[in-house]
Design a protein around this ligand. Structure first.
Ligand SMILES: [Zn+2]
Length: 286
């Protein structure tokens, strides 16, 4: 039987009418910051970013880009039997290290924010911490407190986060709280959380369970070996029984991943001026 030709590593980025193609993310990027480049992948639950970016993380290691994984929740709602209730968080922590370390991410680059699984709504924003609160840093709690602190510590140039379109409220809340925190992190507020970052990171969203709200702008393709490694890494989450059905989906989609870059449309009044000029309209008829 003829052996199928293994495909090469390829990044394709679409920007307007322009189609960029290359073998590294740098090749298809216009704002690459060379040795400053550092990626932060924000995972509402421990397994989200392996599903959305398991190939991409392997390529980042190959390209020598420091890569961090930030896990927002503690996995405490992932139990499948009464006996697991007390131990599931610890079990998932071990599985998480095994998963991401197998892709070459060092243990010290895996960050736990420790917020309650399925309970993020109570941790929107930032407030003074009560003794029983989770995710305390510098006497405060809240997702904006934690994200601002971790961003100032890591100083990523690029962030990758599951899309707001996912149905799980933990994904929606993570997305919203992260984006505003990127602006907090670059400002002078809350000095106890560290020095401001120099530049707002470039943001990509990933699709985990639901489609992108608009078509993605970046496609990543790899040889099959990378897909095999991603599947093996997913299998580290042995305690998550439902993951078996996801594995089949990941295998069937082949060695491809998609991302969508976000543009922040900050208000610029001058861009509306021309809309009100008379050349566009007929005269006022009474
Ligand atoms: Zn999730």
């Amino acid at each position: 039987m003829k052996k199928e030709i293994t495909q090469e590593i390829e990044y394709v980025r679409i920007v307007g009418d322009e189609r960029r193609r290359g073998e590294t993310l740098k090749d298809v990027s216009r704002h690459w910051q060379e040795e400053k480049e550092c990626y932060a992948l924000i995972s509402p639950h421990d397994d989200d970013v392996i599903l959305g970016a398991g190939l991409f993380m392997q390529l980042a290691q190959r390209e020598g880009i420091p890569t961090h994984v930030i896990i927002v929740t503690d996995g405490s709602m992932g139990y499948c039997s009464a006996a697991e209730k007390e131990t599931i968080s610890e079990t998932r922590k071990k599985e998480t290290y095994e998963c991401y370390q197998s892709l070459g991410i060092p243990q010290e680059n895996i960050h736990w924010l420790g917020f309650p699984d399925s309970g993020l709504n109570a941790y929107r924003g930032r407030r003074l911490a009560l003794p029983t609160d989770r995710g305390q840093i510098a006497g405060y709690t809240g997702l904006q407190n934690a994200f601002t602190s971790v961003m100032r510590k890591i100083c990523p140039t690029q962030c990758f986060v599951p899309t707001f379109n996912d149905l799980h409220p933990d994904h929606k809340i993570t997305y919203e709280e992260l984006l505003i925190s990127l602006f907090h992190a670059g400002g002078a507020i809350w000095p106890e959380l560290g020095s401001p970052i120099e530049k707002t990171p470039y943001v990509h969203e990933m699709a985990i369970y639901c489609d992108f709200p608009e078509p993605p702008t970046l496609r990543i393709s790899t040889p099959d070996e990378f897909l095999d490694k991603k599947l093996e890494a997913i299998c580290a989450f042995k305690s998550q029984k439902q993951i078996a059905s996801l594995i089949e989906g990941v295998r069937a989609s082949g060695p491809y991943e998609y991302m969508r870059s976000l543009n922040f449309h900050l208000y610029q009044p001058q861009k509306y001026y021309d809309t009100f000029e008379k050349k566009h309209y007929i005269r006022f008829v009474r």
